[in-house]
Ligand binder design. Structure first.
Ligand code: ADP
Ligand code: MG
Length: 229
C-alpha cells in the first residue's frame, strides 16, 4: 500500500506554444502507514503533485506506482477504477452536499456506483465513530462545526478498500487547535489502516510529533530530503 513517484515532470499549457513547468524531477516514496507532509509557497506545485499521485493528471514523464503497480501504462478506465477504489482524497473545502446527512455523504459514492447503500451502512457508521462523530450521523452540514465537517470529509475519503490518502490543506479553514486535531486524526487513521498518506499543508505547527516526514517544494522541485518532524 505504498505510493511512489519517480522523476515526475509536469507542464501545463500557458498561452501560445508555451508551457509552465509545474513539477520537475519529483521523486518521493510514502510507505504503508506513513504520513509524509509536503509544504511550500503557493503556486509551487503541491496540488499538482497530488493530482499526479492520484491519477487525475498524467505527467509529461516519470512514473507513479501504487502498491508497486505502475499506473502510467494503464488505460483511463483502469486508472479511474484505481482512483475510485484505492485512493481517498481530502480537499481544503469539505465539498459536502448541503441536503445530505453525514451518513448519506458517505453512502453517496456507493449509491452512484449503483450499489445498494444499505450494504455499506455499517462501514459508514463505524467510520463516523472512528472520526469522533458517533451519534452525529443524521446531521446536515449546516448543523456541524467546521472541524466536524472536515471529519465527515475524512471519513468519506476512507470508505472502501483504500490504500493511498491524498490530502490538500485540510486545516486552512480551521483554528490551530481544530487543525492539530484533524492532522492527528489523519495520522492515526493512516497508521491504523496501513495507508500511504501524502499531506499538503502550510500549517507546520500541526505536524509536530504527527507526520513521519516533511518535504519542501519550490518551483516544482523538492528542495531537500524528508526530515523527521
Ligand atoms: P500549489 O498547490 O502549490 O499552490 P499548483 O500545483 O496549484 O500549486 O500550481 C503549480 C503551478 O501550475 C502554478 O504556477 C499554477 O499557476 C499552475 N497551474 C496549476 N493548475 C493549472 C492548470 N490547470 N492550467 C495551467 N496552469 C496551472
Ligand atoms: Mg494547492
Amino acid at each position: 500500500m505504498s505510493l511512489q513517484m519517480s522523476a515526475v515532470d509536469l507542464t501545463y499549457p500557458d498561452g501560445d506554444d508555451r508551457r509552465v513547468q509545474a513539477l520537475a524531477e519529483v521523486s518521493l516514496t510514502v510507505a504503508p502507514g506513513e504520513v509524509i507532509a509536503l509544504t511550500g509557497p503557493s503556486g509551487c506545485g503541491k496540488s499538482s503533485a497530488l493530482a499526479v499521485a492520484g491519477t487525475l493528471i498524467r505527467p509529461d514523464s516519470g512514473t507513479v506506482a501504487i502498491d508497486g503497480t505502475e499506473v502510467g501504462g494503464l488505460s483511463e478506465q483502469d486508472r479511474a477504477r484505481i482512483r475510485r477504489e484505492q485512493i481517498g482524497f481530502v480537499f481544503q473545502r469539505d465539498n459536502l452536499l448541503p441536503d445530505l446527512t453525514a451518513l448519506e455523504q458517505l453512502l453517496l459514492t456507493a449509491h452512484l456506483r449503483g450499489e445498494r447503500p444499505a450494504r455499506h451502512r455499517g462501514e459508514a457508521l463505524d467510520l463516523l465513530a472512528d472520526v469522533g462523530l458517533a451519534g452525529h450521523h443524521d446531521k446536515l452540514p449546516r448543523q456541524l462545526s467546521g472541524g466536524m465537517r472536515q471529519r465527515v470529509n475524512i471519513a468519506r475519503a476512507l470508505m472502501g478498500p483504500r490504500r493511498v490518502l491524498l490530502i490538500d490543506e485540510p486545516t486552512s479553514a480551521l483554528d490551530h487547535a481544530r487543525g492539530t486535531a484533524i492532522v492527528e486524526l489523519i495520522c492515526q487513521l493512516a497508521r491504523e489502516r496501513g495507508l500511504a498518506a501524502l499531506l499538503v499543508t502550510h500549517d507546520l505547527a500541526t505536524l509536530e510529533g504527527n507526520a513521519d516526514g516533511l518535504l519542501h517544494m519550490l518551483d516544482g522541485r523538492l528542495t531537500d530530503v524528508a526530515v523527521a518532524v
